[in-house]
Structure formats: structure tokens, C-alpha cells
Design a protein around this ligand. Structure first.
Ligand code: GSH
Length: 241
């Protein structure tokens, strides 16, 4: 029996797990869980993930949440090529350093920008004050600056000459605000060149496949039914407003 991956490609950590599994030819069954229609609150999904977040994985009777834990499980189970999570002590530490940093930095700020620019005003119909947007942009810019100046420096990829899990986790988060119409690559030649290297390493077809939904988000929200979001509206507004 192959792995089951519970994913919604609107979600950044789901895209990293999806790209990782596909790129490494890991056999898996794609179980689509639509966050925007609340499928993660359904009874069946609760049996897979008590925390009701995607991505989630099932391997036989073993269930796992957290994108990084899932990818590290796949690294070990399928003995993926070394560059993803290098055995070399210091290269691995560079990957771990980035993976540990990103949660409260680019992940948080990129997500917030996506919600503030797109879903909160266009689907929930709540006006976002300009000061909120300015503050969120400042935070996002701060994280992008750190990615360029601390995590990349003059290296082609975060851990050196090869792409690793760190670059994969980084790219999916950096693309999130782009989905809300904010081109974070504009005026950032170093970040853009890195983005192109990551896309080449992943392969353009897979890269586009994984990002198609998020890059089409501005169009898809026009067809979204706002009543579907009522379930998590209070939580989202508390988190981001
Ligand atoms: N740290 C987790 C984050 C998972 C997460 O926050 N997933 C979001 C989508 S990006 C989710 O499922 N949200 C649903 C909810 O909070 O109701 C990971 O890396 O897997």
C-alpha cells in the first residue's frame, strides 16, 4: 500500500510535501482536502490528523502531521538523494537552521500578506486598514532580506551548491504573497536568480503544477462562496487583524 498524502495545494507546506514526493518518485495517493470548504473539519480527516491541518500523511496505520516531519520521514524511508538533507554535519546544520527559523518568520509573514491582501477583503468582505498592510509588508520585507543576506549570502542555494529541503520549504512560502498579487521578486535580483535555480532543480513542469492553484488564486476567489468560510472567519480575523 502506498503512502496517502492529505493535501491542499493552496497551502505552502502541502506544496513542499507534494513537490518532494513527486520529485523523488515516491509513490503516493493524493487525498485532496479543501481547506476553503472546511474539509479538514470532517470526521474522516479527524481520524488522520487530530490537529486538523494539512499536510498529513498515512503510511499503513501510521499517521503523521507537520510537513517537515513528513519530508524527513520520506527522506529516511525512501533513502532520497543526499543533497535533500545532507549527511555532512555542517551542511545538514545549515538546512536545520533554515527549517527552524522559517516558521515564525517568512511562513508567518508570507501567509499574513496572502490573507490580508486577498482572502480577508475579497472573500470575507472585511476592509483591511492600510497601516495593517504596511506593517505586514515591513515584516515580510525583513524576512526576505534575511533570506538574501543571511541564509543565501553568496551561495547558489541555502546549504551550498545544491538544492536542499531548506530551499524547497523557502520557495513555497515566498510564492504565497505572489499568489495575492505581490511580486516579491521585483527589485530583488539575487532572490529572483535563486528562485530560477530552484525552479530548474525542481523541474519547470512540476514547479508549475504545484503552484498553479496559488498563482491563480486571485481569479479563483472571485468564484468562492463566502459562507463556506464562516467556520473559521473568527479565528482568521483574530490571527491576522
Ligand atoms: N507547521 C505545519 C503547518 C500546517 C498548517 O498550518 N497548515 C494549514 C494550511 S497552510 C492548515 O491546515 N490550516 C487549517 C486550519 O488552521 O484550519 C506544517 O508545516 O505542516
Amino acid at each position: 500500500m502506498s503512502l496517502e498524502l492529505y493535501l491542499d495545494l493552496f497551502s505552502q507546506p502541502c506544496r513542499s510535501v507534494y513537490i518532494f514526493a513527486k520529485k523523488n518518485n515516491i509513490p503516493f495517493e493524493f487525498k485532496n482536502i479543501s481547506l476553503l470548504t472546511g474539509e479538514h473539519y470532517e470526521e474522516e480527516f479527524g481520524k488522520i490528523s487530530m490537529i486538523r491541518k494539512v499536510p498529513a500523511m498515512r503510511d499503513g496505520d501510521f499517521c503523521l502531521t507537520e510537513s517537515i516531519a513528513i519530508m524527513l520521514y520520506m527522506v529516511q524511508k525512501f533513502k532520497t538523494l543526499d543533497f535533500w538533507y545532507p549527511a555532512d554535519l555542517q551542511q545538514r546544520a545549515r538546512v536545520d537552521e533554515y527549517l527552524s527559523w522559517q516558521h515564525m518568520a517568512i511562513r508567518m509573514h508570507g501567509s499574513k500578506m496572502f490573507w490580508l491582501r486577498l482572502l480577508i477583503p475579497k472573500v470575507m468582505g472585511v476592509e483591511v486598514p492600510q497601516e495593517k498592510l504596511d506593517a505586514a509588508l515591513e515584516d515580510l520585507n525583513g524576512s526576505l532580506k534575511l533570506i538574501e543576506e543571511k541564509f543565501l549570502q553568496d551561495r547558489p542555494f541555502i546549504a551550498g551548491d545544491h538544492m536542499s529541503l531548506a530551499d524547497l520549504v523557502a520557495i513555497v512560502e515566498i510564492i504565497q504573497p505572489v499568489g495575492a498579487g505581490l511580486d516579491v521578486f521585483e527589485g530583488r535580483p539575487k532572490l529572483s536568480a535563486w528562485r530560477d535555480r530552484v525552479e530548474t532543480a525542481v523541474g519547470k513542469e512540476l514547479f508549475d503544477d504545484a503552484h498553479q492553484a496559488i498563482l491563480g488564486a486571485q481569479e479563483s476567489v472571485k468564484m468562492m462562496d463566502p459562507s463556506k468560510m464562516q467556520l473559521f472567519r473568527p479565528r482568521i480575523l483574530k490571527l491576522f487583524m
